[in-house]
Design a protein around this ligand. Structure first.
Ligand SMILES: [Zn+2]
Length: 67
């Protein structure tokens, strides 16, 4: 699995990853003062293996971090 970078907003690494085979998966910053979140709609890539979905989600988060 691709490594998850710290939150781009509050710089913490208190992040939770929620992956659901059907529906919307997301990564959430658990800092109550921050609450940054990115979502990925699994319906758009339903035939992708679960491990790949997690990578896809993490990549999306990391891309946001580097922007
Ligand atoms: Zn944060």
């Amino acid at each position: 699995m691709t490594e998850l970078k710290p939150c781009p907003f509050c710089k913490c690494d208190y992040l939770s990853v929620h992956v659901y085979r059907s529906g919307v998966s997301f990564i959430l910053c658990e800092n109550p003062e921050c609450g940054a979140k990115i979502e990925l709609d699994m319906h758009s890539c339903s035939d992708t293996p679960t491990g790949r979905l997690i990578d896809c989600l993490v990549e999306r988060w990391n891309r946001r971090v580097s922007e």
